[in-house]
Design a protein around this ligand. Structure first.
Ligand code: CIR
Length: 251
């Protein structure tokens, strides 16, 4: 069974971290409606949803992806790079415990799950402002049967998965002119649609941001079933699609 752990949008979401303040502030009610649409789209992909209650003390807590990396039957509970986000992990630890074995990251390591992309037996990890060398070392130690490949991110990119995301098998979405992913089946995303390079793919279905026609058509041409959803409010907080869930398989 494929499961997705998600978390409700907190009342404090308008205070979420962002590289530059949005022109129009976050509308929390709209963010909640969009998050519900996102969860409905995941459910339409055949995913079983488990929703954690909101944590108003952590404005970024809807972005659960950053708090854990799950590979097969093991989860690494991260130490997020932003100090304000470290309180988010306790509830995720408790929620994943019944499903997978848990490994907890220690200081001085930091790592955000948004910097980790699993393709086949390789964990690609972005060295970023959020993910440091000790975090990468602890990632490799937690998953000894995976190959770990470190990628340097272009300037200004928050997380690796802002520029690429897995589509299943060896296929990936990738913004042209960013990082090199040799030997992969790359679906190129034009820089004008860079935001669309982050999508959640599950068994031939893809939950993607609406409003990106070239990327939509490139994915549709592959026979993928697309679920475009509105994401204006999470985008104001530098979030996108994968960051709103932890998708993992259970036996
Ligand atoms: C942050 O800056 O941490 C949040 N406002 C956005 C996190 C997005 N996470 C992700 O893409 N994995």
């Amino acid at each position: 069974m494929i499961r997705a752990l998600v978390r409700e949008v907190p009342a404090t979401f308008a205070d979420a971290l962002c590289a530059s303040s949005p022109d129009v502030p976050i509308d929390v009610a709209l963010a909640r409606a969009q998050h519900a649409a996102y969860c409905d789209a995941l459910a339409a992909c055949g995913v079983a949803i488990e929703q954690l209650p909101a944590d108003d003390s952590s404005p970024d807590s809807v972005f659960v992806e950053d708090t854990a990396v799950v590979v097969e039957q093991r989860a690494l509970i991260t130490r997020p790079g932003a100090p304000s986000r470290r309180g988010e992990t306790a509830a995720v630890f408790a929620a994943l415990g019944p499903h997978v074995g848990l490994v907890q990251m220690d200081e001085p390591g930091t790592l955000d799950g948004g910097d980790v992309m699993l393709v086949g037996k390789t964990l690609y990890v972005g060295r970023s402002a959020r993910t440091n060398a000790d975090g990468i070392r602890q990632l490799a130690a937690a998953f000894p049967s995976q190959r770990v490949e470190v990628l340097d991110l272009p300037p200004g990119v928050l997380h690796l998965k802002c520029i690429c995301s897995p589509l299943g098998g060896d296929a990936v979405l990738l913004v042209e002119g960013t990082v090199q992913l040799p030997h992969m089946d790359v679906v190129h995303v034009t820089p004008a649609e860079a935001y669309a390079a982050n999508a959640v793919a599950v068994h031939g279905h893809v939950v993607m941001a609406d409003g990106f026609p070239r990327t939509h058509d490139a994915l549709a041409a592959r026979g993928l079933v697309l679920h475009p959803v509105p994401v204006s409010e999470v985008r104001k907080a530098d979030g996108s699609l994968t960051c709103q869930s932890i998708v993992f398989a259970t036996l």
